[in-house]
Design a protein around this ligand. Structure first.
Ligand SMILES: Cc1ncc(COP(=O)(O)O)c(C=O)c1O
Length: 464
């Protein structure tokens, strides 16, 4: 029979000093744990019955040691709240050596940095409900070491349905590989490219430096590919690169959608040279005034690797991403997954699967789309007549063009307004051959609703 004391209460590690008798040894050990700060003030100790059972000593011995320390002021004993380390049992030295002070890090009061959704919009209630259902239905084997490096089949199936329906992806669950966000997927793909002896990857001349750095750290050169109002100039892809990294639905950060001719040019290049297109579909769910731009992958699933992420649609903290991999690459990608850390935690995978199949994901995206669209309209109205705005048909950010030579001044002015803001120059590849362009990249999705009005006012104060 399982005795309740054997399973109740928390564990307490104590080093009983030898040769002092059980009660004195226990009292010494407790005193030392409180004195040194290892047991923080307020820590609840196990009941005398539980501790006696754990230490295999008589319950009275523990009760007497507790009573002694209560009398000395090291512990407190209160009906209903058990025995605790006394609040005034000030440690001689903080646990773990020198006290670690949290740096007083207060960021700017307002932020329009691109790259984040409104974290306050995370669908806590619906996610919790999906998690409950997913956990209830999960088979025991789900809690074991992953049998499949591609991730849980439940989520791969749910994603295949969603991506085919909503993003025009040719998605077979067998070819979906789950990863910890886009950056993890990119790291895995770079390892595969390197193993295939690829030396160079073309990247958009305006792009995220962290992604370019990641490619470079994998031992691959990055070659900038020009970007204009029609997206990346894919017709300029030469014979050098073995792959090209593109953001076709919404160029990051300029916001252009890759035109049909440029899409065709990317696929033609891949077929002609044997190269691979890596499609970063980071915010494809958010489009406002135009027909959704489907995934480029649909044009040639054998030459395009599609990469999606929950970082914009749900939250970056989930670290949840997915790749749809051409058949000829699947074994290499799966093998690289084994070497480069695995998929996200199984509970999040199963919860997202449930979130997708129950329709909660669509509901959430539609709700957020409306919220972001309102913000975008408010921003466009606030700046109209002062600066040109572009890249607003989709996504969570826009580009505000400034008079030549004024980007740096605008960023300084933003700092005085306590507003975190980024200029377009921050995204320029160091070797890019692009005409000068002074502009701000405004992430209007970033602020919480409560800060939106003052954030917009701060932006307005920055503009010429
Ligand atoms: C261009 C681009 N790609 C991908 C991502 C998403 O990356 P991850 O899934 O690693 O959070 C972001 C996020 O800011 C992004 O801006």
């Amino acid at each position: 029979m399982t005795e309740s004391w054997a399973t109740s209460g928390g564990d307490l590690h104590l080093e009983l000093s030898a040769g002092r008798g059980l009660k004195a040894g226990l009292a010494d050990a407790l005193r030392e744990a409180a004195r040194s700060g290892r047991l923080a003030p307020g820590t609840r100790l196990p009941s005398s019955r539980t501790l006696a059972a754990d230490l295999r000593i008589a319950r009275n011995t523990v009760a007497e040691a507790y009573a002694e320390l209560v009398a000395e002021g090291w512990l407190t004993a209160r009906q209903g709240s058990g025995t605790r380390v006394a609040e005034r049992a000030t440690p001689l030295r903080p646990a773990g050596g020198a006290r670690v002070r949290r740096p007083a890090r207060r960021g700017p009061a307002y932020s329009l940095l691109p790259g984040s959704p409104d974290l306050g919009g995370f669908p806590r209630t619906a996610w919790l409900a999906a998690a409950r259902r997913a956990l209830t239905a999960a088979p025991n084997e789900a809690f074991g070491y992953a049998a499949d490096l591609r991730g849980r089949i439940e989520l791969r199936e749910a994603l295949a349905g969603y991506l085919a329906r909503a993003r025009g992806v040719y998605a077979d669950p067998e070819r979906i590989v789950l990863c910890a966000g886009f950056v993890h997927g990119l790291r895995v793909l770079c390892a595969v490219l390197r193993a295939r002896r690829v030396r160079e990857v073309a990247v958009e001349a305006y792009s995220l430096d962290i992604h370019r750095d990641l490619v470079a750290r994998a031992g691959l050169r990055t070659r900038p590919l020009g970007v204009d109002g029609e997206g990346a100039r894919t017709g300029d892809l030469g014979a050098g690169p073995g792959a090209v990294l593109l953001t076709p639905a919404h160029q990051f950060p300029t916001g252009a959608a890759l035109t049909p001719a440029r899409r065709a040019a990317a696929v033609d290049w891949a077929r002609r040279t044997g190269g691979l297109v890596l499609e970063d579909d980071y915010d494809g769910e958010f489009r406002y005034d135009r027909q959704p731009v489907g995934a480029l992958q649909g044009l040639d699933p054998d030459r395009v690797v599609y990469l999606g992420t929950a970082s914009k649609s749900l939250a970056p903290g989930l670290r949840m991403g997915w790749m749809v991999v051409p058949p000829g690459l699947l074994d290499e990608v799966t093998a690289a997954m084994g070497g480069l850390g695995g998929t996200p935690g199984v509970l999040d995978q199963l919860t997202l699967a449930e979130f997708l199949t129950s329709g909660a994901y669509d509901r959430h995206v539609r709700g957020m789309r409306l919220r972001y669209r309102r913000r975008r309209d408010a921003m466009v109205a606030a700046v109209s007549g002062r600066v040109a705005v572009s890249g607003i048909a989709a996504g969570l950010h826009a580009v505000l063009d400034l008079p030549p030579g004024t980007e740096r001044t605008a960023l300084q002015s933003a700092a005085w307004q306590d507003l975190a803001l980024q200029g377009l120059s921050a995204f320029r590849h160091p070797d890019a051959d692009l005409p000068p362009r002074d502009a701000l990249v405004v992430g209007y999705g970033t602020p919480p609703d409560s800060a939106w009005a003052p954030t917009l006012a701060a932006l307005s104060a920055v503009l010429p």
